[in-house]
Design a binder for this molecule. Structure first.
Ligand code: ATP
Ligand code: MG
Length: 415
């Protein structure tokens, strides 16, 4: 893509009212825009990143045989009364002109359970798993961490249905592995811990995926022997030792909950009377698991972890583009022509390239934006590099600069 075609701009200064690093950097780089507290627009470059994260999640969900669907965000009051959650304090409520009451979806158990019940009425229909990637609304009191805590935010929520507890346990483990794969592909592998947390309805604990950073609101106790963490909420109950191996040497860290998985058993299927007949015509209770990941929170976490004083440093798989291409000496027509040629060549090889072809920007401004936007590779074409039949290559992550032969750039980038 040509940068001259993108209407959004980077800014020199940091948005004053933002206190979180992720929002400061993403706004400065022109990737998101704040509408109000906890509500952000994704601008074209930011939306590319969001889509990449979405695709990683979608690929990993499909690999565990989950089917994608899309549920409504507007819900009737009655369905929330079935489970007694109409009173939930973070739920937004609204009325139509006939004074009927509705809510905006903050989670979707009450919607998915009666839906699946309509179709899955034999033991032969199980197990099954469905997920969606959709906007949620929550009346969050503390929405000042940028994308980490939205009032409107995008979540992937997966629901699995089983008639056998062992089968739920097995699927739960598959989801765990899929989650680690997702966080690894998003560049968070080393810092993300499976964490014991409260909220398991019938199992002792639920599991969170916590990524270590000082920007986090949570506190976890890490057991390096088990490669497991325990949320502060429950460590006192465990007498400050690891419940798996009794290790007392736990490391205390601040962290962000990027994902959360629960065995719900029949908590939501029971109120909806969701039973199916087994082969002897006996009623079997349907049991469930639910599994969430916040996409915006994940994006914000990536930025909190991968940045320096100059800007963002995108992990390869989620970068909006792989390459930032600049030509210096644009007053010299051969440099301009050669840069255009290189740009076309990279496109032909399906290398994602952002070409800074802006006419009225100085090289200083372009280098500033290249660092701020944080694409993994920066290529510079100049009269000097061309005199050596080469281009200059720099990784955003390192200081080293390297000359690569002009004819070998694609090959080099692909390796
Ligand atoms: P928290 O304890 O941080 O409020 P939660 O327990 O309410 O999170 P869940 O209801 O389990 O979160 O939601 C599943 C996932 O959705 C979370 O793990 C997180 O990644 C994301 N998420 C939850 N609330 C928000 C929010 N306000 N903004 C952005 N993402 C969120
Ligand atoms: Mg919450």
């Amino acid at each position: 893509m040509r940068l001259s075609k993108i209407f959004t701009k980077t800014s020199k200064d940091i948005a004053k009212e933002e206190v979180s690093r992720n929002a400061q950097l993403l706004i400065k780089a022109g990737l998101i825009d704040k509408l109000m507290s906890g509500v952000y627009s994704f601008l074209p470059l930011g939306y590319i990143v969001l889509k990449k994260i979405e695709n990683i999640i979608r690929e990993e969900m499909n690999k565990i045989d989950a089917l994608e669907l899309l549920l409504p965000a507007l819900h009737p009051k009655e369905i929330w009364q079935v489970t007694g959650r109409w009173q939930y304090e973070e739920m937004f409520k609204l009325q139509n002109r006939k004074k009927q009451e509705f809510s905006l979806g903050w989670t979707h158990e009450e919607i998915i359970v009666p839906l699946v019940k309509k179709f899955a009425n034999s033991y032969k229909d199980f197990p099954l798993a469905v997920y969606q990637i959709q906007t949620k609304f929550r009346d969050e009191l503390r929405a000042k961490s940028g994308l980490l805590r939205g009032v409107e935010f995008i979540m992937k929520d997966l629901y699995s249905f089983h008639i056998d507890e062992r089968d739920l346990d097995k699927y739960y483990e598959r989801v765990k592995r899929a989650y680690f794969k997702i966080f690894q592909r998003c560049g968070l592998a080393k810092l993300t811990y499976l964490t014991l947390a409260t909220g398991g309805t019938f199992s002792k604990y639920s599991h969170e995926f916590q990524t270590i950073t000082d920007a986090g609101e949570d506190i976890i106790y890490i057991c390096h022997q088990c490669d497991l963490a325990i949320n502060k909420e429950i460590i006192a109950k465990e007498h400050f030792v690891c419940p798996e191996c009794s290790n007392k040497n736990l490391e205390i860290k601040k962290s962000i909950e990027v994902g959360n998985i629960f065995k719900l058993k029949d908590k939501f299927t029971k109120p909806f009377n969701f039973f199916v007949k087994d082969s002897n015509d006996k009623d079997l209770p349907v049991i469930m698991g639910c599994y969430g990941i916040g996409l915006g929170r994940l994006l914000g976490t990536i930025v909190e972890i991968h940045n320096d004083d100059k800007g963002i440093i995108w992990p390869l798989e989620v970068a909006p583009f792989k390459v930032y291409l600049i030509s210096v000496d644009t007053d010299k027509s051969n440099v301009r022509i050669m840069t255009e040629k290189l740009y076309e060549r990279l496109l032909k090889q399906n290398i994602e390239v952002l070409y800074d072809d802006r006419q009225h920007k100085t090289i200083g401004e372009k280098l500033f934006d290249a660092d701020l936007l944080g694409l993994p590779y920066r290529l510079i074409v100049s009269a000097k590099t061309l005199s050596k039949n080469a281009v200059e290559l720099k990784l955003r992550r390192s200081k080293a600069i390297k000359l690569v032969s002009f004819s070998q750039v694609e090959k080099f980038l692909k390796s």
